[in-house]
Design a protein around this ligand. Structure first.
Ligand code: SMG
Ligand code: MG
Length: 368
């Protein structure tokens, strides 16, 4: 397959409610979509970089820049290209996993659509539906938090993740656990807001029977997470720290993580995400699929990934309505059983609805 061009398309989509984490608040997403035009048809990718470099060093303007000036030229210079070659070709450039992942996703979608294979099948999916969890942002007060949690449980979500930060942690979790009872699957995510000295404080969460504590310490503090893992009974789960399959293995071997959150954007693509899954499976480490407030495009791909055998915990793969009044694709709807169906069509199995896409597009630029 020859790559003829990459369209860098920006869309503006307001979230149904602000999403506050320990590093900031997302209200309106400014999302970079990548459309690959090939000799055998097109494919779509979604870049998960946020507007500002807070979750990680990447940000959406930077991702668009690095794709246009560095990544695209390398791929466009090839007389023929397969999706499996993309990561290797782009490895000459340091970092920028979210930009690389978006490009690989677009090429992979084009390739699979041309051959009639679904992404789920290609990645090695073993189920046709996946349990849905939901990530609940930090709220101004406890009552609002309880209201939101109860609302999501009423909708059918099977697992609740609470965002926490110092000062809005133990008492918030206590209030939620008391309200929802002992049977609801509950976990927390700190987005690196603590230090290695907070072990005794975080151990106060042990009494709430959480599934895991996600990324309490800075991404590069693997040693600190290993120390913490010996101070708290609740399993530590790394997100930001795990940037490749090699790092995943290292974090596991060093006792820094007992569970891994897998996000394709963070590790440079869905193919590397499968490699992370494989490393974890070989080590007996459960994984789950993270989320980056994706549109239906990224959601479709995440559901395909989450259908692999090692994904034994519910992910942050929520229905379209948790994020958007109008999704970019046919909306993903939560079934009565709290599951989402894995798309079965070729490639992602979904594509942008042309009227919605036209309405939310703020710019488009072709790199050829
Ligand atoms: O897509 O439902 C979603 C968001 C899940 O909490 C979520 N993501 O650290 O795991 C995480 C955060 C990162 C994105 S925050 C803007
Ligand atoms: Mg996280």
């Amino acid at each position: 397959m020859r790559l003829l061009g990459l369209e860098l398309r920006r869309v503006a989509m307001p979230l149904v409610r602000p999403f506050r984490t320990s590093f900031g608040t997302e209200r309106d997403r400014d999302i970079l979509l990548v459309r690959a035009e090939t000799e055998s048809g097109e494919g779509w990718g979604e870049c998960v970089a946020m507007a500002e470099p807070r979750y990680s060093p990447e940000y959406v303007d930077g991702a668009a820049h690095v794709i246009e000036h560095f990544l695209a030229p390398v791929l466009l210079a090839r007389p023929s290209l397969t999706a499996a070659e993309v990561a290797g070709l782009l490895a000459v450039f340091e970092g920028h996993p979210m930009a690389k992942a978006a490009v690989e996703m677009a090429v992979l979608d084009a390739e699979l659509r041309a051959t009639g294979v679904s992404l789920a099948t290609h990645l090695g999916a073993v189920r046709d539906r996946v349990p849905a969890g939901v990530s609940v942002g930090i709220t101004d007060d406890v009552d609002t938090l309880l209201e939101q949690v109860e609302g999501y449980l009423a909708e059918g979500y099977l697992r609740i993740k609470l965002k926490i930060e110092p000062g809005l942690d133990v008492e918030r979790v206590r209030a939620v656990r008391e309200r929802v009872g002992p049977d609801v699957l509950l976990q927390v995510d700190a987005n690196a807001a603590y230090t290695v000295d907070d072990g005794p404080h975080l151990a106060a969460l042990d009494e709430f029977d959480l599934l895991l504590i996600e990324q309490p310490l800075p991404p590069d503090d693997v040693a600190g997470h290993a120390v913490l893992a010996r101070q708290v009974r609740t399993p530590i789960c790394l997100d930001e720290s795990v940037t490749s399959a090699r790092i995943a293995r290292d974090c596991i071997e060093r006792g820094a993580t007992a569970i891994v959150n897998i996000k394709a954007g963070r590790v440079g693509g869905y193919l590397e995400a499968v490699a992370v899954h494989d490393v974890c499976a070989a080590a007996g480490v459960p994984v789950w699929c993270g989320g980056m407030l994706e549109t239906g495009l990224g959601r479709a791909a995440n559901l395909a990934l989450a259908a692999l055998p090692g994904f034994t915990l519910p992910g942050d793969t929520s229905a379209s309505a948790r994020y958007w009044a109008t999704d970019l694709t046919v909306p993903f709807v939560l079934g009565d059983d709290g599951h989402l169906a894995v798309p079965t069509g070729p490639g992602l199995g979904v594509e942008p609805l042309s009227d919605v896409l036209a309405a939310v597009t703020t710019s488009s630029h072709w790199v050829r």
